[in-house]
Design a protein around this ligand. Structure first.
Ligand code: ADP
Length: 649
């Protein structure tokens, strides 16, 4: 019967048999040849001395050793050979009575023993094969352990072997010794707790444990720990690989902060671009900076360097309470002085109750326009990089202040230009309006004064009448102008009193009837029977009514009905003047109340007017707390409404 074949290994198995019984050697040789398909050679030595000699000269995979030899006997045979055989596995051959001896040899390193006379083919082959395999496995294990140890000792990775049950460090490599700073003997036997480390256990990769390890010198390092189980001398331990990630974390943190700073700068730039009002921009800048630097108190002051001195009150502030003010107050002056002198950020440490004050100049166009101040406990240090970012933010804030100043100047300039334009317009309009009546008066007077023609008394009267009319027109224009200027300056004096509007309206209508007659207008009153009492200056309300009725006549050239109406409720009185005239385009309904505005149409250009009447009406009505407006349909007519506050009837 053949043994199952060896794993594919072409190498011939070389056997050294040390045996003085030549017949027994032949038997073994025959057994091997017949029963083993693995190629093998068997060399024979009759004495231990010969055997040792062969062993020395050749490379054998296994030794079959008889313990009873002519030149050596018993256990000594084994120990002598074992000492010289190195790693070669030895199978001991004994007699039946030597079983105890054989077991002893196995304990001391023999791979197996075979009892002579009981050796069968398969037993022999199995024994040889296992002896070789076991020896190979032992060698591989030894090598791997050596490799591991070598790696453990030479790697720059910090490695610890920890007993998971006791949490004790059982071994530490040189990298660990130099990392933790303890002598090897001090580190071994320490528990995780001794090193203020959390207990370790096996973690499934790739999840490292983030922790903070304290070194012998008290320094704390950020670490990532990878652990894995390992069998050492049949004991399950954990090996820990400790990565010092302090630097990486610092760089990451720095990058995060830098990123935050860039985002902050960007936000500030956007805010400035979006033209908010200056104080809210400065407040937002301050809040962003406080968040960025983790400081407690902050303020922004604007500096007035143009001789007006320094503004004392902060423009915007954060947690700048009275007590904080008292605390940091003395620093502010020193900061301001330092910044004005250095024109760069100033840091005052350990001042005002263990605080650090930082001042950043807010600059634009080479001038310091303000100071951003921060204050926090001295532990919240501000480094050089942060100062750089703060300087950049200071420039942004300076630009915001400068933009605001320029915008104000531009607005002021615009107002001045507008005032100038209006003044020129006013002068042009007034000159134009005055010239017509003045020109007419001049002509009439010249005519009257001519000596070469004799005017009859009727013509003379007519001319004098015309002069009177034009003078009245001049008077009206001048009155309107004076009223407008009083209204605009807020100098319009109202003699308010409870006034019944019904008789007032009727009186005005009666008074103006002659004016309406030549143009065939009918003026009608639409008033309730109950009195409409308002608290007003009656003279001024009469002026408003006269203006509106006069316009209704002027702008209804074809005649028609003019209705003066009035109604009242609990709070106010509404008065209106309705005509059937030329009407007003929708887009001009607001503008007609502006001074000098006249709707450009044929009638307006024909009939005289300075465009002042409605502006005066609006001024008077609004001075009474009322409102005036117009509604109109082109070519059908217009209605002018105004309200007045109600008085007690
Ligand atoms: P003036 O009548 O001197 O031009 P006003 O201030 O009284 O100045 O009126 C401004 C303009 O409003 C007038 O020029 C005219 O174009 C328009 N307007 C005023 N009242 C009426 C009205 N009842 N019907 C049509 N247009 C009117």
């Amino acid at each position: 019967m053949h043994m199952s074949s060896e794993p594919a290994r072409n190498n011939t198995i070389r056997i050294l048999m040390i045996e003085d019984d030549a017949e027994y050697v032949s038997l073994i040789r025959a057994l091997l040849r017949v029963m083993w398909d693995t190629p093998s050679t068997l060399e024979h030595a009759g004495t231990l001395a010969q055997g040792l000699e062969l062993l020395h000269s050749g490379r054998f995979d296994v030794v079959l050793l008889d313990l009873t030899l002519p030149d050596c006997y018993g256990f000594e045979t084994f120990t002598t050979l074992r000492a010289r055989a190195g790693q070669i596995p030895v199978i001991v051959l004994t007699g039946t009575s030597d079983r105890v001896l054989a077991l002893r040899a196995v304990r001391e390193g023999a791979q197996d023993y075979l009892v002579k006379g009981q050796v069968e083919g398969d037993l022999l082959i199995r024994s040889i094969r296992y002896a070789i395999e076991r020896q190979r496995a032992d060698k591989a294990l030894r090598e791997s352990e050596e490799r591991y140890r070598c790696l453990f000792n030479t790697t720059h990775l910090v490695m610890l072997l920890v007993d998971p049950h006791t949490q004790e460090i059982v071994d530490a490599n040189p990298a660990a010794i130099s990392f933790y700073g303890y002598p090897h003997e001090d580190l071994i036997g320490k528990t995780m707790a001794d090193l203020s480390l959390p207990p370790v256990q096996h973690l499934t990769p790739p999840h490292p444990l983030h922790s903070r390890h304290v070194l012998a010198n008290g320094e704390a390092r950020e670490v990532e720990v990878y652990t894995s189980p390992i069998l050492v001398n049949d004991k399950e331990l954990l090996y820990m690989i400790v990565h010092d990630v302090t630097e990486r974390k610092r760089v990451e943190e720095e990058l995060r902060q830098r990123n935050e700073a860039l985002v902050a700068l960007n936000t500030i730039a956007r805010m400035i671009g979006q033209a908010h009002d200056l104080n809210s921009v400065l407040r937002a800048i301050l809040e962003t900076v406080l968040k960025l630097t983790d400081q407690d108190i902050g303020w922004i002051k604007r500096l007035n360097n143009d001789g007006a001195g320094i503004e004392v009150e902060p423009v915007v502030c954060y947690r700048y309470t009275r007590s904080a003010q008292e605390r940091v107050g003395p620093c502010i002056e020193r900061l301001t002085a330092a910044i004005a002198r250095l024109e760069e950020p100033a840091v005052l440490r350990d001042l005002c109750g263990n605080a650090t004050c930082v001042g950043i100049p807010l600059q634009a166009g080479g001038r310091i326009l303000g100071i951003l101040g921060l204050c926090g406990s001295s532990t919240g240090t501000i480094g050089a990089e942060e100062l750089q970012i703060l300087t950049a933010i200071g420039h942004q804030a300076g630009i915001a202040i400068e933009n605001d100043r320029l915008a104000r100047e531009a607005a002021e300039l615009e107002v001045l230009q507008e005032i100038d334009r209006l003044r020129s317009e006013l002068i042009a309009n007034i000159s134009h309006e005055l010239r017509t009546p003045l020109g007419l008066i001049k002509v009439f007077c010249t005519t009257l004064l001519r000596e070469d023609i004799a005017l009859d008394p009727v013509t003379q009267r007519e001319l004098l009448h015309d002069i009177d009319e034009e003078t009245e027109r001049l008077e009206r224009i001048v009155d309107n102008l004076l009223d407008l200027s009083r209204i605009e300056d807020g100098r319009l004096q109202l003699q308010k009193q409870p006034t019944n509007l019904n008789p007032l309206i009727e009186e005005v209508v009666k008074d103006m009837a002659p004016e309406a007659q030549p143009t065939l207008h009918r003026i009608i009153c639409d008033l309730p029977s109950t009195p409409l009492v308002a608290i007003v200056d009656p003279r001024r309300i009469e002026q408003v009514l006269r203006n509106l009725i006069s316009n209704a006549i002027k702008y209804s050239p074809q005649g028609g009905e003019i209705v003066i109406g009035g109604r009242g409720d609990n709070t106010q009185i509404l008065v209106w003047v309705r005509d059937q005239g030329i009407g007003i385009p929708q887009e001009d309904l607001e503008r007609i109340f502006e001074r000098f505005y006249r709707v450009p149409n044929e009638v307006t250009s024909r009939v005289g007017g300075a465009g002042l009447g409605l502006a005066v009406c609006r001024g008077i009505v609004e001075a009474h707390g009322g409102r005036i407006w117009a509604e109109s349909t082109l070519h059908k007519g217009s209605t002018f409404y105004f309200t007045l506050p109600r008085g007690i009837p």
